[in-house]
Design a protein around this ligand. Structure first.
Ligand code: NAG
Ligand code: NAG
Ligand code: NAG
Length: 450
């Protein structure tokens, strides 16, 4: 019995071997006898492009202009980055952000949203506002503010600082951003944990105007084949935009009457998933910012995480070390982005200066954002990007070595990385099923550009 079964197997195996050999011969002939002008690689490309080998994944391969592939990014994000970052941002050092919440749009003085809004926070020129008022306004929260946010309480920033004492700090200027961060008088401390980035009700023409100004006047979409230096700003902004939209979709006010919050998956599809480029740019921006954090390892692990809360400060430092030296991350994706390849050509320095000017201008545009909470997160994340740019690229032609970061920059950078990490996770977790549901409904409008 046993013997005959073995024999059968052997016979079967030899049959299989013959079939395989036959198939190989056929394939060989196919390759040898294809017409000359039919490129062999096309055949192999076709085989490789077969989705079966990618398990039907929509995003695979190396993230454009980066050095890691999508699967790796998803894996290290799930296993390492997201869990760590999600804890780190809760510590006092990273949850208090110093920000100028005044709305003083430099571009549209006449019909800027701040004026339109009949907004007491915004309409008063700063020098007319008594200093003591300004200081107290960072603590008390007037009901006028709510009116200013188009009647949407969810658009206002909660300025409560919890009872934990923390030390204020001094900042210096970052050449990539517009705010003069040394101007302490106008700055307010905000507890980010009390102000989650989510739906604010800020939509329509005023919000669109900001993004239009950014995309059309400050970083137009590049023509295909453009060099990496010219692509970079658009991709960073587009990735950030995707992340912001994803946070709105992930935490949406579903029912105003009952104050029910939940996911708005159709919004996720309409604003992000429908446009694969937006998802790709999100991954790009994530890797870019991740690279800047790992590049600043020396600085970040020695930085003074001092808020006057010794235990929590020590833990902040430990967590940062864990993040910076994680072996899984280093093995899987040692260099998420290769900044050394950029700005090399003859026009390199000029291109970088131009990019810096554009980015500063975008940073200035954040003062035109009509919704306070959007302004908070817009400013934080633009400062985070500005910090990443400052770390990765020398500033004003100087080398970056020995560069120091400001406390506010560290806060912005790490919080931005957390936001992006959360977005990547959300897209990875929800994307496939959302595409299955909504993907069938639309296809004609795919060409609309942002
Ligand atoms: C692979 O999947 C993509 C997106 O899901 C699709 O557009 C493409 O046609 C598929 N290719 C093949 C060879 O099935
Ligand atoms: C800055 O942005 C504004 C508003 O979008 C635009 O009008 C202006 O041309 C930009 N300036 C520069 C130098 O890019
Ligand atoms: C989701 O967002 C869209 C667009 O903003 C909105 O029209 C729709 O009502 C939202 N859906 C839910 C369930 O709130």
């Amino acid at each position: 019995m046993v013997k005959s079964e073995t024999k059968k197997k052997i016979r079967l195996n030899s049959w299989r071997t013959w079939i395989i050999i036959g198939a190989l011969i056929v394939l060989l002939f196919a390759i040898l006898f294809v017409p000359r002008n039919f490129h062999h690689t096309t055949l192999f490309n076709r085989i490789r492009n077969c989705n079966c080998s990618q398990q039907g994944l929509k995003y695979y391969g190396i993230v454009e202009d980066c050095c890691c592939d999508y699967e790796t990014v998803d894996r290290i994000n799930e296993d390492v980055l997201y869990p760590l970052l999600h804890e780190i941002v809760k510590y006092p050092f990273l949850r208090y952000f110093k920000v100028k919440l005044w709305c003083d749009c430099p571009f549209w003085p006449d019909d800027g949203m701040c004026r339109l809004r009949d907004c007491s926070v915004c309409e008063c020129p700063e020098n007319e506002f008594p200093k003591t008022f300004r200081e107290s306004s960072s603590h008390s929260h007037s009901s006028d503010d709510i009116v200013c946010q188009e009647g949407k309480p969810e658009a206002t920033v909660d300025r409560t600082i919890d009872t934990k004492a923390f030390r204020g700090w001094i900042v210096e200027d970052n050449p990539w951003t517009n705010d003069d961060e040394t101007d302490t008088d106008e700055m307010t401390y905000v507890n980010l944990q009390l102000n989650p980035e989510r739906y604010t009700g800020y939509t329509g023409p005023s919000a669109r105007r900001i993004w239009d100004a950014i995309y059309t006047e400050n970083c137009p979409k590049y023509p295909s084949g453009e060099c990496q230096e010219k692509r970079i700003l658009y991709k960073l902004i587009s990735g950030l935009h995707s992340s912001i939209s994803i946070h709105i979709a992930a935490d949406y006010l579903i029912d105003e009457k009952t104050n029910t919050w939940g996911q708005n998956l159709s919004l996720l599809y309409d604003r992000v998933l429908k446009y694969p480029d937006r998802v790709r740019n999100l991954y790009f921006t994530f890797l870019f910012v991740l690279r800047s954090v790992t590049k600043a390892t020396d600085y970040l692990e020695q930085a003074d995480y001092d808020t006057g809360n010794p235990l929590e400060d020590m833990n902040t430092k430990l967590m940062m070390k864990k993040l910076l030296h994680d072996s899984k991350l280093q093995d899987a994706c040692p260099k998420p982005f290769d900044e050394a390849k950029l700005w090399k050509g003859q026009s390199g320095p000029e291109l970088m200066q131009q990019t810096q000017r554009q980015f500063r201008n975008i940073s200035a545009l954040m003062d035109c954002v009509g919704c306070e909470k959007c302004r908070l997160w817009g400013k934080l994340q633009v400062l985070g990007l500005g910090t990443a740019l400052k770390i990765l690229f020398s500033v004003n032609g100087q080398e970056h070595s020995g560069q120091t970061l400001q406390r506010n920059e560290v806060i912005a950078l790490i919080n931005l990385l957390h936001r992006l990490s959360e977005s990547v996770k959300f897209v990875h977790d929800m994307g496939p099923s959302v595409e299955r549901i909504f993907g069938k409904q639309i296809s004609a409008s795919d060409q609309i550009s942002r």
